[in-house]
Design a protein around this ligand. Structure first.
Ligand code: PA5
Ligand code: NI
Length: 183
């Protein structure tokens, strides 16, 4: 029998429709400490949703050999001189790599290897980004619109957030005098 796929991707915005789609949103209050300076609650509400992630998992999360496919929506906003960004992580299984691609909006993909060498790539519609193993990755929305980024990664890669939470990235993307700078 020839059948339809039970999942659909809208390639204009990366959204997924169908079964076995996992969705998660992250609010500012959950990630306040990734920013260098304190969140000023008179400037930005800690309840603000900073980013949303959705991915198709087929129930294979953590299963060797499986793949996950999804998108991240990073909202525009700032905490003092830093733009809204993701927590960022190494993969728990360090050798696991990942693809990202820009779908909508403009931002930066910050990469850092285990020796803390950093590099940054501009993310924009059509840009493709290979994140090698042993490389931490974080998305930063440097624009006034939503940044939507597609991703595909191994189901058993896992997320190691602790290393970044304790040691951070060695560089930050900031808005200094109206200019985007890696400092
Ligand atoms: O798998 C990925 O790298 C992405 O789907 C990220 O998990 C997503 O962008 C959210 O970032 P983080 O997991 O660092 O909070
Ligand atoms: Ni990842």
């Amino acid at each position: 029998m020839i059948r339809n796929s039970n999942v659909k991707v809208d390639f204009t915005n990366g959204s997924l429709q169908g079964e076995q789609i996992v969705r998660k949103e992250t609010r500012l209050k959950e990630i306040q400490n990734i920013f260098e300076k304190r969140v000023d609650e008179s400037q930005v509400d800690p309840e603000t949703i900073v980013y949303e992630v959705e991915y198709y998992s087929r129930g294979e999360n953590h299963q060797p050999g499986g793949l996950l496919f999804g998108r991240s929506i990073l909202h525009p906003g700032k905490v003092n001189d830093e733009y809204f960004m993701t927590k960022g992580h190494f993969h728990q299984q360090r050798e696991q790599s990942e693809f990202y691609w820009g779908i909508q909006g403009k931002g930066i993909l910050l990469l850092m290897d285990e020796d803390k060498n950093t590099s940054a790539e501009i993310v924009e519609p059509g840009s493709l980004h290979y994140i090698p193993g042993y490389t931490a990755h974080r998305l930063i929305n440097t624009s006034d619109e939503v940044l939507i980024v597609g991703a595909c990664w191994s189901a058993d890669a896992g997320h190691d957030y602790d290393t970044i939470l304790t040691e951070g990235f060695s560089k930050r993307v900031k808005n200094i005098d109206g200019r985007i700078q890696l400092v």
